[in-house]
Design a protein around this ligand. Structure first.
Ligand code: SAM
Ligand code: SF4
Length: 332
């Protein structure tokens, strides 16, 4: 096991891997992908579970301790639980998290609890069934809500992810804050990012971190700032007396790059050392080529030593605009 830790060229620790296990999804959230004409990756271009297990094992040996499985919708890979059972036993992996839209999640919640999942991020942009359908283009609010209730019943820590969108869910923000009154959950409002698979609706960021905060304070002027966990991308707040917390993630404004501890592997098996880069290493090619574990680790380390200092530097180096990428391949 690695005891010294892994650092990038700016001295930032890297210990967190976010891995998109698929680009497929059972929703069509309009900020993430177009309604039609999505070109999913052929299945053979997705990493197999054996490849993922090998990659996570190598990264754990290098210093990665925390994994988040995401997608697309991770449970669209119907045997996802097989992967979770394997990853949770890899030496060095201390925390396993999931990001899911909750639609296929409920039946697996008892086993996730039994396996010791660290937390689940549930994406929920509205508490209104019709608005849910408008945003996700599917009528599945009840399934997501059921998963939230079951996660709570099983005492699994839950964070709700809400993308804040002009004209779509602003009327929900206060109600979502109110969810934290009795539920010990963290509701996190996310600035919308321009990763929507080429859909053209994104013009400019209307709901910045500051505007979201002001809006919440209109109803909850007593809101207080609370301590942010180490390396958190969210600024945390709480309404005094409420059970849960409220977070705001300045994903577009990129205020958190100085403490960024995360890397990503996309659904097509490409390493991103910054959310805003174009992909810096074809990990799938290495895993499928005739490379030893040590050779793969050397290539990974080279990439970790060329990390951009922030999301603006990464974006400036891009050859194509980020809007052509979908969050469903990046994983959020
Ligand atoms: N399908 C799962 C889900 O929705 O939770 C996991 C993958 S999804 C791409 C991960 C997260 O990215 C979700 O919380 C989603 O709201 C967020 N996301 C997707 N597109 C986004 C965008 N354009 N801007 C900000 N967040 C986005
Ligand atoms: Fe699917 Fe998640 Fe993207 Fe929505 S945000 S379309 S649930 S991958």
């Amino acid at each position: 096991m690695n005891t010294e830790g892994l650092f990038d060229n700016h001295g930032r620790p890297i210990n967190y891997l976010r891995l998109a296990v698929t680009d497929r999804c059972n929703l069509r959230c309009f900020y993430c992908m177009p309604e039609e004409g999505i070109k999913y990756l052929p299945k053979k271009l997705l990493l197999s579970f054996e490849e993922i297990e090998r990659l996570v094992t190598l990264m754990a040996q290098m210093g990665i301790t925390k994994i988040r499985l995401t997608g697309g919708e991770p449970f669209v890979r119907t045997d996802l639980m097989d992967l979770i059972r394997k990853i949770i036993t890899i030496p060095g992996i201390q925390d396993l998290h999931l990001t899911t839209n909750g639609i296929l999640t409920a039946p697996h919640i008892p086993e996730l609890k039994a396996l010791g999942i660290t937390s689940v991020n549930l994406s929920l942009d509205t508490l209104d069934r019709e608005r849910f359908q408008t945003i996700t283009r599917r009528d599945e609010f009840e399934a997501t809500w059921k998963s939230l209730e079951l996660l709570q019943q099983h005492d699994i820590p839950v964070k709700i992810n809400t993308v804040v969108m002009e004209g779509k869910n602003i009327e929900d923000l206060h109600a979502l804050v109110d969810l934290t009154r009795h539920k010990n959950i963290s509701v996190r409002f996310i600035e919308e990012m321009p990763f929507n698979g080429g859909d053209t609706h994104y013009q400019k960021l209307n709901w910045t971190y500051h505007r979201i905060l002001s809006h919440i304070k209109e109803k909850y002027p007593e809101l207080i700032k609370v301590q942010d966990p180490a390396n958190s991308t969210a600024y945390h707040y709480q309404v005094p007396g409420f059970a849960g917390t409220v977070g705001i993630i300045a994903a577009f404004s990129r205020t958190f790059c100085g403490t960024c501890n995360r890397i990503r592997v996309t659904a097509q098996g490409t390493l991103k050392t910054c959310l805003y880069d174009e992909g810096v290493l074809d990990v799938k090619k290495l895993l499928r080529g005739n490379f030893s574990n040590e050779e793969i680790k050397i290539e990974l380390m080279k990439a970790f030593q060329q990390r951009p200092k922030d999301g603006f530097e990464a974006e400036n180096k891009r050859m194509v605009t980020s809007a052509n990428e979908s969050m469903s391949t990046i994983g959020g």
